[in-house]
Structure formats: C-alpha cells, structure tokens
Design a protein. Structure first.
Length: 87
C-alpha cells in the first residue's frame, strides 16, 4: 500500500518550541503528530457513535411506553435492601 502525507501546517515558533519540548526521548515530531491525529480520529468516532446511540435511544424512548419512575425506584430499593441483608 502506498503511503500518503498529512499536509504540513504553519504555527507560531513559540508553539513549535512547546511541541518539541513535549516530545518523548527518541520521539520524532512526525510520529507525535501521527499519534495525535490518530487519537483525535478515535475520539471523534467514539463521540459520533455515542451521539448516534443517544439519538436512537431518544427515538426509541419517545415511542415506547417506558417504565414509571416509581417502579424503577421500587426495584432499586429492593435490590439495595437485598444487598444490605447479604452483608
């Protein structure tokens, strides 16, 4: 597979100095940038997935009857009481 190049960007010299100071020993600027870009892509993919799941849940919950809050609280209190008895 052929490799491609991420475009270079212009930054202030002070910022470039900061970046270089943040590099680990034996770490190149190129590998640092590649790692940062990969992490940002993973973060954005995770955020997009979370948003999609949230929207899907919202659509599902708006059409579903749901469980009344009193029932949910009663079930949680029963679980808590059972856990306390097991101690």
């Amino acid at each position: 597979m052929k490799t491609a190049t991420i475009p270079s960007i212009c930054v202030e010299p002070a910022f470039l100095d900061e970046v270089k100071r943040a590099l680990e020993p034996n770490e190149s600027l190129a590998s640092f940038v590649e790692t940062a870009v990969r992490r940002e892509i993973q973060l954005r993919q995770a955020q997009a997935g979370l948003l999609q799941r949230g929207l899907a849940a919202t659509r599902h919950n708006s059409t579903a009857a749901g469980i009344p809050a009193k029932v949910v609280i009663a079930r949680l209190e029963a679980k808590l009481a059972a856990a306390r008895q097991r101690r």
